[in-house]
Structure formats: structure tokens, C-alpha cells
Ligand binder design. Structure first.
Ligand code: G16
Length: 544
């Protein structure tokens, strides 16, 4: 079977907007992400790649998600999900880049056929792609471009319509594992809610939640989905009192505007609307519900934030204790994965106090996920609240097969097994992570203040710097140092030396046309000052 004519005809309807000379579209931290009006042709071509990927993967289903997550409403993005629900294998990112940058429809067909030949893909084999999108209005037309690509390549298409990103990841894995011993869950949105609700009940083991919780959904897809999910949770049984706010998805322009996990993390304050009630437990999701940040406004000390590092250390500490009680300490290796953005105090707490190994990777959950898979229990979170906990097949087996010698050991084993079902195993999932945090706090009988007391964050500051060409900035050492432009790192080092207990780094964003600067130091004013200094260095080198 030959798809050439069909691809040529369809591609003519979905042209890629040419970039200025010398620049290309690249598959970044989270796929292709940019202003939505540039994405039609790109999405079409990603559809072609998804079909190739499915054929290469023995016709298993591949996922495509249309979302720009925390970015402004006018942006959108497209990314591919592999058969087990994790991110596209990195080697294939190059193939995506090659297809997307083919300079004409004819060249596109050439690249498509060359990939098929080089990768020994049988174009007559069945192919299947499942897809979804967030609430951005542009998602609708992008889905049409994707569907045209699937049609042209004779690929079975399953449209799950509007979803959170982690729901789509779940659905890909559930679709591919259905009917096997490793069945992940029923491949439907309802199946997702039922699985999480059931696991939450088992993990709670009769405990009660300690106080109301306000959940800010960034006016994104998490709003309607969380409202739907709450119908599956018996409120009285758990003393569950959740108020969903910023869940207006009918006015697209307010998506992520002055609310959501990215706002809270970067601005280090609560969303102004609705007016924060002092002392009330709160958390924020981002625009596609894969990030989670907890916080409260303290009547005495003001805003206190519990970010991804806190969620990570909370999970590692609780799960570590359970593994000990389950008698599996010598059997299962637990590790924590962070990025350069992790607060230094969290790394110290995890290594010195919890006595667990920490590995630092570049930004992007795909990197963290990969390293976390090397442990029996791999806890990974980015400071921005994106992460999850992975359990290896050996760990799952140990939870099920170990014969408990005491009620306490049985409880620990059962709770671990329940957590492994509750926590999304495919990718960071704000709704699932929120339930995990609530389970842990309920078991420990902790308030958010108790949680915040475990260690003291080093004051830190994150700055976004607009530059002419962010691709000038190249990093090494898990993004902690700049290789290029030449001279920039020396200047950063000089700036850092002026402060006590200080650290700073700069890197190009993989999702926005900007650089990010992170600084931490002994005091708030020093952290701010250092961040500003480094930002100015980056600005200067970025305009050379
Ligand atoms: C995406 C990635 C995250 C990353 C974030 C920011 O998040 O999935 O792993 O931390 O972008 O990346 P960068 O600093 O390179 O712009 P999301 O929530 O936007 O999909």
C-alpha cells in the first residue's frame, strides 16, 4: 500500500508556515508548542509520524495530545505518547523534526517513505492513534488536521475529545494493555475515574481528611474533569470537602490568567481570585492538569508554598516508611529524581534525613521518568509540580506476594499496593497526585503547616528573560552550566561568588521563546538580587 497520493492531497490543505532562514521547528520539552495559528501543518505531520510509530510498534495504539498546558490561551501544542503511556522515545523526536521541516509536500512524502524504509516499517500493517485535546478553542481545527493525516495513512483514529493530558496518557496504556495480565484499567474516561476512586478508598483505609481544600484549576480542562471526578468519591466517608475554583472554560482568554500552578510557583503567591481565605488549604493545577502546587495564606507569616520538591519529599518519606514497615527495605531500591530547579534544601533533606539517593536530570518529565524507571520505586517531581511515583513490576509483585507476619505489615503492604494504583504510572497527573497528597496527610494526620515544617526552603527566584534567539544558549551538567554563548557562564559564576550559600543557572525554555534564570541564596533579597544580575547577563548575551 502506498500513501503518497493521499498524503500529497491532504498535506496541500495543511501547509507548514515557513520560518525565517536558518531556523527550524523542533520537538521540544513537550512536543511542538507555539502560537496556535502556526500549528495546523505541524499537527498534520505529527499525525503522519504517529501512524508510523504505531506501525513500528506492532500496531499498538499511539497517543497524540493537543495542549499548550501552562502557556497562554493563544498558544497550542502537539505531542506524541508511546504505547505504555510515557513520552515519545527520544530518537523519534528527530524524525518528528525531519517531517515537520520538510520544505514541500513532495519532500514530505519523500521523508515519510525514507523513514518507513530506514526503520523497516510495514506500511500495510494496521495502525491506531488515540487522541485528545485541552479546552483551547484552536484545538478543534488542529484535531481536524490530525484526523486528515490519520485518514491519509489509513490509520484507525479514536477521538477522546476534551481530556486532561494525564487522562490521555492513561487511555493509551489502558488501550494497549486491555485483556492482558498487565491491564492498566478500562480504556475510557469513566474507567479512569473509577480506577482512581477505588484505589483512593483502599489507600485511605478509613482515615479522614483534615479540613476543606480549595482547588484552583487555572480555568483549564482540570476544572470540568475534577468536577466530574468528584461524583465518584463518597464525600462523607472521607470527610472530603473540595471547592473547585477557576473552572471557567467558556472564556478561553482567562486560561492560566493570574491563576494556576505556574502562576503560583513563579509568582510565589496565591491567585488573587477568588480572594484567598486565610488558613484555608489550597492547591493549583495547571492548564492541562499535569502539575500540582499546594499552599495556604498564613494569618501570621503570609503565603506558604508546597511545590513539587515538597510533594516529592512527602511521597518519598511516606513510601519509604511503608516499605520499611512492609519488611521490604532490603529488597526494593527507592530513589528520587529532581532537576536543577529543585530547592537545595529539599535535596539536602532527601539525602541526609531520608537517606535516599537523588539524581539530577535536565528539565522535562521525559528525562526524569526515564531515570526513575531505574529504581523499584522512583519518585520524580519537577519543582514546578510536575511528577509522579513509579513502581517496578518487582515492587508490585512484592506488595502482592509478601506474606505479612503482623497486622501492621499487612496494612503497609496493602497501602503500598493501593498507592501504586492511585498514582498515575504513565506521567505526572495533578488530580492523582492531589489524592496521593491527601492520603499521606490523612495517614500522618498532618496539616499543611506540619508538612511545611519538615525543612526550610532556601529563598529562591525564577525569572523569565526574553531574548532574540534562545537557541544560542546551550547547557551541560543537567542544565546547571552554560556551554554557550562563550563567556556567559564565567560571568554567572562571578555573580554567584558574591553571595552566601548561593546557586544560579540559566537555560533556554523548551516550551516558550525565552530563557529562564533560577537563583537561590541565604536571604530573599540576595536571591532576588542574584536572579536579576544573572538575568541581565543573559539579556546581554542574548542580544549579541
Ligand atoms: C512542560 C514539561 C515540563 C517542563 C515545563 C517547562 O510542562 O512537560 O517537564 O518543566 O514544560 O519547561 P521549560 O522550562 O523548558 O519551558 P507543561 O506543564 O507546560 O507541559
Amino acid at each position: 500500500e502506498n500513501h503518497d497520493q493521499a498524503i500529497l492531497a491532504a498535506s496541500a490543505k495543511h501547509p507548514v508556515v515557513p520560518l525565517e532562514k536558518g531556523r527550524i521547528y523542533t520537538y521540544g520539552t513537550a512536543g511542538f508548542r507555539m502560537k496556535a495559528d502556526l500549528l495546523d501543518g505541524i499537527t498534520f505531520r505529527v499525525g503522519l509520524l504517529a501512524s508510523l510509530r504505531s506501525r513500528k510498534q506492532n500496531s499498538r495504539a499511539i497517543g497524540v495530545m493537543i495542549t499548550a498546558s501552562h502557556n497562554p490561551a493563544a498558544d497550542n501544542g502537539v505531542k506524541i505518547v508511546d504505547p505504555l503511556g510515557d513520552m515519545l522515545e527520544q530518537e523519534w523526536e528527530h524524525y518528528a523534526t525531519a517531517l515537520v521541516n520538510a520544505p514541500s509536500d513532495e519532500k514530505l512524502v519523500e521523508v515519510y517513505n525514507r523513514l518507513a524504509a530506514d526503520l523497516k516499517i510495514d506500511l500495510t500493517a494496521p495502525a491506531k492513534v488515540v487522541y485528545g485535546r485541552d479546552t483551547r478553542p484552536s484545538g478543534h481545527t488542529l484535531i481536524a488536521a490530525l484526523a486528515d493525516a490519520l485518514d491519509a495513512t489509513n490509520t484507525e483514529a479514536v477521538d477522546f475529545k476534551i481530556l486532561t493530558t494525564p487522562q490521555l496518557h492513561y487511555l493509551v496504556r489502558a488501550t494497549n494493555s486491555e485483556g492482558t495480565p498487565l491491564a492498566y484499567g478500562t480504556p475510557s474516561e469513566v474507567g479512569y475515574y473509577e480506577k482512581l476512586a477505588e484505589a483512593f478508598g483502599r489507600a485511605m483505609r478509613g482515615r479522614k481528611i483534615n479540613g476543606p481544600l480549595v482547588v484552583d484549576c487555572a480555568n483549564g480542562v482540570g476544572g470540568p474533569k475534577l468536577n466530574e471526578f468528584l461524583k465518584y468519591l463518597p464525600k462523607e466517608k472521607y470527610n472530603l470537602d473540595i471547592t473547585v475554583v477557576n473552572d471557567d472554560v467558556l472564556r478561553p482568554e482567562i486560561l492560566n490568567l493570574d491563576c494556576g500552578a505556574d502562576f503560583v510557583k513563579t509568582r510565589q503567591r496565591a491567585p488573587p481570585h477568588p480572594k484567598p481565605q486565610p488558613g484555608v488549604r489550597s492547591c493549583s493545577l495547571d492548564g492541562d492538569a499535569d502539575r500540582l502546587i499546594y499552599y495556604w495564606v498564613d494569618p501570621d507569616s503570609g503565603f506558604v508554598m508546597l511545590d513539587g520538591d515538597r510533594i516529592s519529599s512527602l511521597a518519598a518519606s511516606f513510601i519509604g516508611d511503608l516499605v520499611e514497615s512492609a519488611g521490604l527495605r532490603d529488597e526494593l531500591r527507592i530513589g528520587v529524581v529532581q532537576t536543577a530547579y529543585a530547592n537545595g534544601a529539599s535535596t539536602t533533606y532527601i539525602t541526609q534525613h531520608l537517606k535516599l539517593p537523588v539524581i539530577c536530570t535536565p528539565t522535562g518529565v521525559k528525562h526524569l521518568h526515564h531515570v526513575a524507571q531505574g529504581y523499584d520505586i522512583g519518585v520524580y517531581f519537577e519543582a514546578n509540580g510536575h511528577g509522579t511515583v513509579l513502581f517496578s513490576p518487582d515492587a508490585l509483585q512484592a506488595f502482592r506476594k509478601t506474606q505479612p507476619q503482623s497486622p501492621a505489615q499487612k496494612e503497609a503492604l496493602d497501602t503500598l499496593a493501593a498507592l501504586a494504583d492511585l498514582i498515575n504510572q504513565t506521567v505526572g497527573d495533578a488530580i492523582s497526585d492531589m489524592l496521593m497528597v491527601e492520603v499521606i496527610l490523612a495517614h500522618k494526620k498532618w496539616t499543611l503547616r506540619d508538612w511545611a515544617m519538615t525543612y526550610t526552603d532556601l529563598p529562591n527566584r525564577l525569572v523569565r528573560v526574553e531574548v532574540g534567539n534562545k537557541d544560542l544558549f546551550q547547557t551541560t551538567d543537567a542544565e546547571r552550566r552554560l556551554l554557550r554563548p562563550e563567556g556567559a557562564q564565567e560571568e554567572i559564576d562571578q555573580a554567584v561568588r558574591k553571595y552566601k550559600e548561593a546557586r544560579a543557572f540559566a537555560r533556554a525554555s523548551g516550551t516558550e521563546n525565552a530563557c529562564r534564570v533560577y537563583a537561590e541564596a541565604a536571604t530573599r533579597s540576595e536571591a532576588n538580587e542574584l536572579a536579576e544580575r544573572v538575568a541581565r547577563i543573559i539579556e546581554r548575551y542574548g542580544s549579541l
